[in-house]
Design a protein around this ligand. Structure first.
Ligand SMILES: Cc1ncc(COP(=O)(O)O)c(C=O)c1O
Length: 389
């Protein structure tokens, strides 16, 4: 019976489901011949990990590409962010956003730091820089902000608050590969920024990540921390961890840099289609627009659905897309402040986070990857519009 109803709806709309699943993203795969050639280099060098030639070259190449003074590679973004907290010796409370991936507050917990959740901006969905000041207490040591979906935080305001109260600033820039503000790499803001090079990101090393910073001594400390604190064969100078990126992944990262410009262009074209097709639909809010001084990476395309104006809820849209073989994602729902491990914190109370709670209910990540055709994107928009009540 339910199947018959679904079929009738489809016939009425005259839209067939996609023949194969359309996911929210698909990793960019480099040409296998390029990978094989690099593997041959690694085999010739007989060096698999521990700061080998591929690692060394990739650090150099990314430092230039991302326009940052110093960069340290890691085996993933989470370990990188844990090391960032260790390297700055953060303790006590750190003010962060509830609208992010689980890794952001978890990294604080793993450092014995209490996350303090601050509400978000209704437009950018980033931490609300105007509210940070009201959350500072004698226990606060830092602000951990996230450039959500690659939209830069209000870096100037955040720095001004940090300077006024003597706080450190760490950015989770996991989504912000290649983002620039006034021609400066996004990793030049704050004390340290982290990027994730996970396979689902615009740029990847299969798994991987990096810390970016301005201080040569900090690089030395970070590089020790990611290698067990080993200074030389005779000396271990701090309790480090294993955060090293291996040669095979570093080599893939070097190849992937050659794919970035084209992948970004394809995503820009898809973003324009979403803008065009969905711009006038009542109840749909598009990706936030930014000033001309900001270069975005177009990694994600995220919409918000206001049920009262659209006539259907975000959850309705998410569920019904599946009937058409379209698998969107509810990034970021639930909020981190709603996780069982954080909801007892006083800063996690929903009434203190009204914007984040609303955004978490409305947000939907649309399919976005270079392999998606422009016709696919138009069809996805057509399906979405057909859900209107
Ligand atoms: C906002 C944010 N922070 C941190 C991470 C963790 O990065 P990784 O998966 O490389 O450990 C992610 C990853 O997906 C993320 O989206």
């Amino acid at each position: 019976m339910i199947d018959t109803v679904k079929q009738c709806v489809r016939i009425k709309q005259n839209v067939e489901p996609f023949p194969a699943p359309i996911y929210v993203t698909r990793p960019v795969f480099p040409k296998i011949e390029e990978v094989t050639a690099k593997l041959e280099d690694i085999w010739r060098a007989q060096w698999l990990t521990n700061n080998g030639p591929q690692h060394h070259k990739l650090e150099e190449e990314l430092t230039e590409y991302l326009k940052v003074p110093y960069l340290s590679l890691f085996n993933n973004g989470t370990i990188a962010l844990m090391v960032a907290c260790q390297s700055l010796r953060l303790t006590g409370d750190v003010i962060t956003t509830p609208f992010t991936f689980a890794a952001t507050p978890h990294v604080l917990s793993w450092n014995n730091i209490r996350p303090i959740f601050c509400d978000i901006d209704p437009v950018t969905m980033n931490i609300n820089a105007d509210q940070i000041e009201f959350m500072i207490t004698p226990q606060t040591t830092a602000i951990l902000a996230v450039h959500v979906f690659g939209t830069p935080c209000d870096v100037e305001k955040i720095q001004a608050v940090a300077d006024k109260y003597g706080l450190r600033v760490v950015y989770d820039a996991a989504h912000a590969f290649g983002v620039e503000v006034d021609g400066k790499g996004i990793g030049t803001f704050g004390d340290i920024s982290m990027m994730s090079f996970h396979a689902t990101k615009l740029y990847h090393t299969v798994e991987g990540g990096a810390l970016m910073h301005k201080d040569k001594h900090l690089k030395e400390r970070i590089d020790l921390l990611k290698n067990f604190g080993i200074k030389n064969e005779e000396e271990v100078v701090m309790p480090g961890i294993n955060g090293k990126l291996n040669e095979v992944q570093a080599a893939i990262g070097r190849i992937m840099l050659g794919y970035m410009a084209e992948e970004r262009e394809k995503r820009i074209a898809l973003g324009k289609i979403y803008d065009e097709e969905l711009g006038d639909v009542p109840g749909i809010t598009l990706m936030p627009k930014v000033e001309d001084n900001i270069r975005l990476n177009h990694q994600y395309y995220v919409i918000r659905i206001d049920e009262t104006k659209f006539g259907r809820s975000r959850d309705y849209v998410y569920d019904h897309f599946k009937e058409y073989n379209v698998f969107t994602r509810k990034y970021f729902h639930p909020l981190c402040s709603e996780f069982t491990c954080y909801r007892q914190l006083s800063s996690a109370a929903p009434e203190k986070l009204p914007v984040a709670v609303k955004v978490g209910r409305e947000v939907l990540s649309m399919p976005m990857y270079g392999g998606l055709t422009e016709d696919d994107a138009r069809k996805i928009c057509g399906i979405l519009k057909s859900f209107r009540n």
